[in-house]
Write a protein that binds this ligand. Structure first.
Ligand code: SF4
Length: 346
């Protein structure tokens, strides 16, 4: 593996087949995730527009976040679902994470991989042109106009004892992406059925902890409940799922109403897995062996959520899959899940 400094951001690389354009479905400007934390310079920019838009609910010693209104939307979200800061002061006045989402950038020895989050109906549903680097360039750069990577790939650990060069990894990855694109069952492609045993803990205990800490009336809290209920169902087929509220439904209604042929449910799910692999997020804190286990686990939960949404809510299959990805991606990015992954026995 070349040294870290050889990881670079140019040329930009787009995963073949990735589709995205922002249509303003509006989910990203809600309490589906924390709108922050803000850096000092971001907080200064926001305060110049309206100091009331900052929230210090976590205490004055912690960085502020954007204030959320009682309907769960950002303080700056206008009734037409446009950003008030963007509308009056331009995109560079917004916090960087607002300008960036759902786009990311990973520096690799081959160039900068453009990545996408899938908890965004503009990414997963309805008409979506092929991702074009020119259309997302504003999201990739910092305040000085320079491409800013979210991570630099340093080490590619396949197992505790084996590492791979970037070229070796690319060969493994190409095969995996091709199997996912061919429609193969993702669990076969990943080589895991998911839900491995945990070290010094068990799944029910970990799921109870998520419920105890996350359920707070926010959209994120409801997503966490969807996640936990369907994980329990997978662990115990007798478990009776409590189907909670979906405060995010309107954003997916808008995406579904856009033109564009419905997608295959499996295509929606495999596309997410392909981006998880392409993003190399797993290199931050785990081996690829563990990454496969955790991805298979979240895939299995996503499939359970998809089933419930189709059966209990009459959702179209691709819509159900898109909502389920929002649920599993949100939880996958949380510290609760990171802690569980650290306990997975490979
Ligand atoms: S500041 Fe603007 S872009 Fe950021 S969350 Fe609020 S409304 Fe959305």
């Amino acid at each position: 593996m070349p040294p870290a400094q050889d990881a670079r951001v140019r040329p930009f690389l787009v995963r073949p087949g990735a589709r995205y354009r922002c249509f303003g479905d509006g989910l990203c400007c809600t309490d589906i995730h924390i709108l922050g934390p803000l850096s000092k310079s971001e907080a200064r920019r926001v305060a110049k527009v309206d100091p009331e838009g900052l929230s210090y609910d976590d205490g004055p010693k912690n960085p502020p976040v954007l204030r959320v209104a009682t309907d769960g939307g950002c303080h700056f979200l206008q009734p037409d679902r446009r950003c008030g800061i963007h509308a009056t002061h331009g995109p560079m006045q917004k916090p960087d994470f607002c300008r960036r989402f759902p786009i990311g950038l990973v520096a690799t020895p081959q160039g900068g991989r453009i990545t996408t989050e899938h908890r965004c109906p503009c990414r997963t549903l309805g008409e979506r042109p092929l991702l074009d680097e020119d259309n997302v360039l504003d999201s990739l750069v910092d305040q000085r106009g320079k491409p800013k990577p979210d991570r630099r790939v340093k080490k590619l650990k396949l197992t505790k004892k084996t590492t791979a060069t970037f070229e070796e990894w690319r060969a493994i990855e190409a095969q995996l992406l091709s199997r996912l694109a061919s429609g193969e069952d993702p669990r076969d492609a990943l080589g895991s059925r998911g839900f491995p045993e945990l070290k010094k803990s068990d799944w029910p205990t970990e799921l109870d902890a998520i419920v105890a800490e996350c359920i707070d009336g926010s959209a994120f809290g409801f997503a966490a409940l969807w996640f936990v209920e369907h994980a329990r169902k997978r662990l115990n087929p007798e478990h009776r799922v409590r189907v909670p509220h979906r405060p995010w439904a309107a954003a997916f209604d808008r995406a579904q109403a856009r033109e564009g042929a419905p997608r295959e449910e499996r295509d929606v799910l495999s596309d997410w897995l392909a981006d998880e692999i392409w993003s190399l997020r797993w290199t931050d804190d785990r081996t690829f062996d563990v990454a496969r286990l955790e991805l298979a686990t979240r895939f299995v939960i996503a499939r359970e959520v998809t089933r419930t949404l189709k059966r209990e809510h009459g959702c179209r299959p691709d819509r159900a899959a898109a909502e389920s990805l929002m649920v599993v991606e949100l939880m996958g990015e949380s510290q609760y899940w990171t802690d569980i992954v650290a306990k997975m026995k490979s």
